[in-house]
Design a protein around this ligand. Structure first.
Ligand code: AMP
Length: 487
């Protein structure tokens, strides 16, 4: 398809905010594209070149670079375009106007196709190293030289990620269902494949090429994140138990970052976040520990990464994981903010997808492949069959530094519902933590060597109270030490 024709659809989508209208425009567009074009078009509609989780580079073109390319293609000085951009605040409009007013005769009469535009942008994205900025500008200039004003408008918006068509992945899935299955009511068939393999372009292509059968054959694959299953919430233990058939497994609900950990065929460990970002670089310690603790040629396991106090081993609030988000000096962050990972599910093992297996079976498989280490543990779990047991376990979880518990159904239909929030998992949180109601006098009777930030000084202190009957100091708890810096 010519890019010019694609732009007409974009124009139509831009002027409507009505979802049904959007879906029918998309369906019409999708039917006119070849499967290869369809794949590329779906990415462009979302303003991307591939899913984020692939870890492939982003386009990396800033406003200034885009204006430079527009200036080269139109012959209008960059300073003039910059003023225009300040005034209009929309790169698309600037590109459109620049091409309308262009002072250079068109040298190339080539008509752009969707494939031309996508492939050129992909090439620009892949350019790295010295000279890559200039190459990106040259590629963009080439595109603008061949573009009509309206084409330039959308190219510029794609490049700067300002498409803002109000189209989400689910709108595209609706459009695909309408185009290839005749009605958007059939979206669930496409959506369940997408939940296991969240690459919109790939899913679109399979839908067009192989239809329902092709979609049903899509399997989870290590290296491709699965959209995570989420929990519903209830605030009464009896209601929870009633909802899941009278009994279930309560698991500690750790307060950290969800981690879906994959071991691929080439033995690479990859960690994906709940939002499917590749966060492997933040956790070299977890990668190493998983290699030692989890058996299997290939697997996908899920758990929660939590910060722990290096001195007391206590769980720390999830905010401390922020320190792992830095780009540099992860080694220091690793030492200062050590973590543990508590595994709670197994979604794939040695070539077999386990999503359809009931939860007790998945947990059994998980237990059979995990060897507990200093860093890797299984989420603490307890079979509960009445409210008192559940309440007691929840309070214990809170005491141990968790948010509460997640109660999981044991029934045969308790499959892993990728991408869905359902009643197979119900969270039960204590929204406040128990706090000391009064002050107490304690005596320091011991101290621990500090580690990480506190190395060379004391870590935790051991404190005690005096028991006059026994004439003894009986230890009460460990206390973390707050470091104060003096200037
Ligand atoms: P919420 O974010 O409040 O909807 O709670 C769901 C989140 O709890 C999940 O996405 C996980 O990150 C986290 N979580 C912690 N422990 C568990 C567990 N044992 N089972 C399932 N999810 C857990």
């Amino acid at each position: 398809m010519l890019f010019k024709e694609f732009c007409e659809y974009l124009k139509g989508l831009e002027v409507t905010s009505e979802r049904l209208r959007m879906i029918s425009i998309l369906a019409k567009l999708f039917k006119e594209l070849s499967p290869e074009e369809l794949q590329k078009a779906t990415y462009l509609l979302l303003g991307e070149l591939w899913p984020d989780w692939t870890g492939y580079p982003e386009l990396g073109v800033a406003e200034k670079m885009c204006l430079e390319a527009l200036s080269r293609a139109s012959g209008i000085p960059k300073s003039e375009l910059e003023k225009m951009f300040k005034r209009l605040g929309d790169i698309g409009r600037v590109a459109e106007l620049a091409m309308q007013k262009k002072r250079l005769a068109a040298l190339v009469a080539q008509q752009l196709t969707i494939t031309d535009v996508y492939d050129s942008l992909a090439k620009a994205a892949r350019a790295t190293g010295p000279g890559s900025q200039d190459l990106k500008i040259r590629i963009l200039t080439g595109l603008f030289l061949s573009a009509s004003p309206i084409e330039a408008k959308y190219i510029a918006r794609i490049v700067l990620g300002t498409m803002r068509l109000g189209i989400q992945e689910m709108t595209i899935l609706d459009g695909l269902a309408q185009a290839f299955f005749g009605t958007k009511e059939k979206r669930p068939i496409i959506e369940s494949a997408f939940n296991k393999y969240p690459d919109i372009g790939f899913i679109a292509r399979i839908t067009a090429e192989k239809g329902e059968d092709g979609l049903k054959q899509i399997r989870a694959k290590p290296g491709v994140p699965i959209r995570p299953m989420l929990a519903e919430r209830l605030s009464s233990p009896s209601e929870i138990l009633m909802k899941i058939g009278g009994e279930g497994i309560a698991e500690y609900k750790y307060d950290g970052e969800r981690a879906q950990i994959h071991k691929t065929e080439n033995e690479k460990i990859i960690i994906y976040s709940r939002r499917l970002e590749n966060i492997t670089n933040q956790y070299p310690d977890v990668v190493k520990a998983i290699k030692e603790a989890v058996q299997g040629e290939t697997f996908i396991v899920e758990g929660e990464i939590v910060c722990v106090d290096p001195d007391t081993g206590e769980l720390r609030p999830f905010q401390e994981l922020m320190h792992r988000k830095r780009k540099y000096d992860i080694a220091r962050a690793m030492q200062e903010y050590p973590v543990k990972v508590f595994l709670f599910d197994c979604l794939y093992l040695n070539g077999e997808e386990l999503l359809e297996k009931p939860y007790p079976k998945r947990r059994e498989i998980l237990e059979s492949i995990v060897k507990t280490t200093d860093i890797v543990e299984l989420a603490k779990a307890k079979f509960v069959k009445n409210s008192d047991e559940l309440e007691e376990f929840m309070l214990k979880a809170v005491e141990d530094g968790c948010e509460g518990v997640v109660v999981k159904s044991l029934s045969n239909d308790a499959i892993y519902e990728a991408g869905a929030r359902g009643w197979k998992w119900i969270k039960y949180k204590r929204d406040y933590k128990s706090e000391m109601m009064d002050t107490v006098d304690l005596v320091v009777v011991g101290a621990f060597h500090g580690r990480g930030r506190r190395s060379g000084t004391y870590g935790a202190l051991l404190v005690a109270t005096y028991n006059p009957q026994r004439d003894m100091f009986e230890s009460v708890c460990k206390l973390g030490v707050v470091l104060l810096t003096h200037n």
